[in-house]
Design a protein around this ligand. Structure first.
Ligand SMILES: Cc1cc2nc3c(=O)[nH]c(=O)nc-3n(C[C@H](O)[C@H](O)[C@H](O)COP(=O)(O)O)c2cc1C
Length: 364
């Protein structure tokens, strides 16, 4: 599907960076889920630009829920959320209408939409559209809360500075979800330093996010094309700037022997567990009851102010570009709530596929 994801619970997103609004429609959500607008506002505030390491565009995110919620609870019919766009400066982009930003979607949008695309601020390809995803994720999280399922993401690395890996997942998730720069160790200052150094050089940096999903029941997912890995990867790769995903120890597993890579199993208090979680909680595409853990590689922000070689696709000429406008020198911090939201959407859909949409009220 083009802008729709999900089978039992689906999400359709719409909007452009400098258009009137962005938004989403959720269909198939369980009726009776309590909707806390303050929780949605808080989730949106974590994605909003707020530090020197973010774009200086002021986004208020005054969202409105137009349908599907009555007397504070979901009705079970489509939920439409709209977030008006504010503080747009479209003139920043008119000069480069036909000059492609290297590694952004300007040229591929031209190839697909033949000049009809709204190029302002990256249009439909802008990070701005992820605000709608975060609002949807907040609603999905309210449903997951009914089943005590929690999701958290931290910046595992940024600009060559490393955080520690998850160790005490359940507690760490709670702490991360309170933080605007989510890290597990004392590395925020060093990461910020690297981001600001890059910004000073009219450049940008990337990083890796680590996500944990705690409390998913065992036995969810399909063996082939709807494996839990496939569903998550499908949705995560839809987010602009995501260029790699690894589950559990991922690429590191390829360097290990089976004796190191295998997660040995045992029973404790009548529960089947594994000693390690190198496979990230998924075997054969199906959850095994351990936390789902995966890493997402985020590339450096493509829009940088340095002079770069590129092309003008209208005149078919070589040219140079020095990008003006307001951009994030690193996407990683703002991508954390987006990855959490995408994970929540995927988990809700997988749970609804296995147990039916009413699972969030009836339980498993
Ligand atoms: C939260 C978020 C914020 C982003 N901010 C910017 C930005 O300020 N400037 C920019 O060039 N790209 C930004 N991006 C990345 C682009 O959207 C992305 O690189 C582009 O759509 C091309 O997609 P691709 O990198 O997956 O190929 C952002 C992405 C996210 C998720």
């Amino acid at each position: 599907m083009k802008n729709t994801f999900g089978q039992s619970i689906s999400v359709t997103i719409f909007g452009e960076s400098h258009g009137m609004a962005i938004g989403a429609v959720i269909d198939g959500m369980c009726p009776g889920i309590e909707i806390d607008n303050e929780y949605i506002r808080d989730a949106l505030s974590k994605r909003r630009p707020s530090t020197m390491a973010d774009t200086q565009r002021a986004e208020k995110d005054n969202f409105q829920i137009l349908s599907g919620v009555f007397e504070g609870k979901t009705t079970g019919t489509p939920i439409a959320i709209v977030i008006p766009n504010e503080d747009t400066r479209s003139k920043d982009y008119s000069k480069i209408k036909s000059v492609a930003r290297p590694a952004h979607a300007d040229y591929t949008a031209e190839c697909k939409y033949h000049g009809y695309q709204d190029y302002r601020g990256g249009g439909h390809f802008s990070g701005r559209v992820t605000a709608a995803i975060v609002a949807v994720g907040a609603i999905m999280n309210m449903a997951l809360k009914e089943l005590n399922i929690k999701i958290g993401t931290h910046i595992l690395s940024c600009g060559g500075v490393y955080d520690k890996e998850f160790s005490d997942i359940e507690n760490e998730i709670d702490k991360l979800n309170e933080m605007s720069f989510p890290v597990l160790s004392d590395c925020e200052e060093k990461m910020m330093e690297k981001i600001l150094l890059a910004k000073n050089d009219k450049d940008s940096v990337g990083g890796v996010l680590q996500t944990a999903i705690y409390g998913m029941p065992r036995g969810v997912g399909e063996p082939w094309f709807d494996s839990v890995e496939s569903v998550l990867a499908h949705a995560l790769f839809s987010v602009g700037g995501v260029k790699g995903i690894e589950f559990g120890k991922g690429f590191e597993l390829s360097k290990m022997r089976g004796s190191q890579a295998n997660d040995e199993m045992y029973i404790s208090e009548n529960k089947i567990l594994t000693k390690t979680n190198n496979n990230g909680g998924i075997n054969g595409g199906i959850t095994n009851g351990m936390p789902i853990v995966f890493n997402t590689a985020i590339k450096p922000t493509p829009s940088i102010a340095q002079k770069q070689q590129t092309i003008n696709f209208e005149t078919n000429e070589n040219t140079n570009i020095e990008i003006e406008g307001r951009h994030d020198p690193a996407i990683v911090r703002r991508a954390c709530p987006v990855v959490n939201a995408i994970s929540a959407i995927c988990m809700c859909d997988l749970l609804a596929q296995r147990y039916g949409t009413d699972v969030f009220k009836k339980g498993i």
